[in-house]
Design a protein around this ligand. Sequence first.
Ligand code: PAF
Length: 281
Amino acid sequence: MRVVRTVAELREALRDAPRPVGLVPTMGAFHEGHLSLIRAAREENETVVVSLFVNPAQFGPSEDFGAYPRDEERDAAQAEAEGVDVLFAPPVDEVYPDGFDTTVEVGGLTDTLEGDPAHRGAEHFRGVTTVVTKLFNMAQPDRAYFGQKDAQQALVIRRLVRDLNIPVEIRVCPTIREESGLALSSRNAYLSAEERERAAAISRGLRAAEETVRAGERDAAKVLAAARAELDAAQIDPEYLELRSADDLSPVERVNGSTLLAVAARVGRARLIDNTMLGGT
Ligand code: PAF
């Protein structure tokens, strides 16, 4: 595995690399979720590139950019063990050199849920879409891999590549969970043992909603009530718990076709998100 830190080195490493090239964009602190993306990329491509960059542009001023878990040595060892060909770990000034002054913004999908000003705000997605566009231009992959846990991010990135005709196939891989149901996240590192147990109620809420829909209920308020009961029992007050169209994130009154149930909640100092797809694919 080659570890490269500049765009010039990355391009040089990929110049004669066999295609297809799969890119797994990450912010490091690998867990099984990242490894599942890397494994999918390894299976489907001749060359696998993993980027490791904690992107300051997607963190708000009151967010955890400074505290975000970082362990490049461990990540590199795991990437190597998974058969990654190139690890691209640029410093901040390689991605955002002096005078950097361009952003890429996807409208509509980015001012709700995570992008609601009361939560992370649209600037969060502007940071994501700007860096992802740059990574696509830097690595020019044939495929790129993202996790379903960040369902809104995946939708926004699909819209980005469609709207800007970026020639990359977006692959979205299932959320990986602990035995308790807790979705794996680098931010789980902030949870105490007691908080970790409480946090499992988030996925129990999603499962309760799925059960309710399986039993024939379609009314959004009732489906949400089933999820909320699990959160209440664990004294988790979500920032949002919403049923939205899985195509355009518009609010729905009934579970109809493919509907996204998305939740964000703070447990201790961790802000956690999770979701499930109801009533369809
Ligand atoms: O999902 C993430 O880890 C980040 O948002 C991404 C896609 C690597 C962009 O920084």
